[in-house]
Design a protein around this ligand. Sequence first.
Ligand SMILES: [Zn+2]
Length: 183
Amino acid sequence: MPLVYRIDALDNIFYVNDAWMVWARQNDGDSVMPDYVLGRKLWACMGDPTVLQIYQRMVAQARAGKPVQFNYRCDSPAHRRVFAMSIHSTDGIEVEFASALVHEEVRPVVALLQPGRKRDQRMLRICSWCQRVAVSVDRWLPVEEAAQVLHLMEADSLPCITHGMCERCAETMLKTLEGDSSV
Ligand SMILES: [Zn+2]
C-alpha cells in the first residue's frame, strides 16, 4: 500500500491515507502526526532552497498534466530503503504524492539517524534523495562511511541533521524536469 498525501489549490496538505499515518507513527513520532500536518503548507516542511525549488517545479509539472516519477532513499537507523515517488494531478489543481517501498535491506544501526540521541551544535547535511551525508563542502558519502570519516562511531554526542540535496541529485532532477518545456 503506497503512502499517500494530497495538497489543494493553495498547496495545503488536506489528506493523508491510513498507510501514511501508520508509517509516520512508526518512523517519525509526533512531529508528523495528522493534527500537525493537515492544513499546513507543503513548503513549510522544506527548509532547503534547492529542495523547495525542485518540489515547486514538480508540482507545477503535475498540475500541467505531466506526472513526475523518481526514486529516493528514506532510511531508518537499521534499514536502507528505496521508495518510488509518483506525483500527479487528476484535475490540474489537487496534487497527489504517492510513495511505494521498492527495496529494503537491514544494516547495522546508524546512531546518527537515531532519534533521541544526544546532539550538539554541529549541523550535518543529508541529501533527501540519496541519503548521502556532506562531509565537506562538495563531498557526499553514504551515511555509514560519513560516520566513520567524521569519527561519529565513538562520539558521545552527535551533530544535528538537516535535510538538503546533493549536487548530483539536484542535477539529475533538474535535467528530468528541464525535459519538459511547460515548466
Ligand atoms: Zn543526493
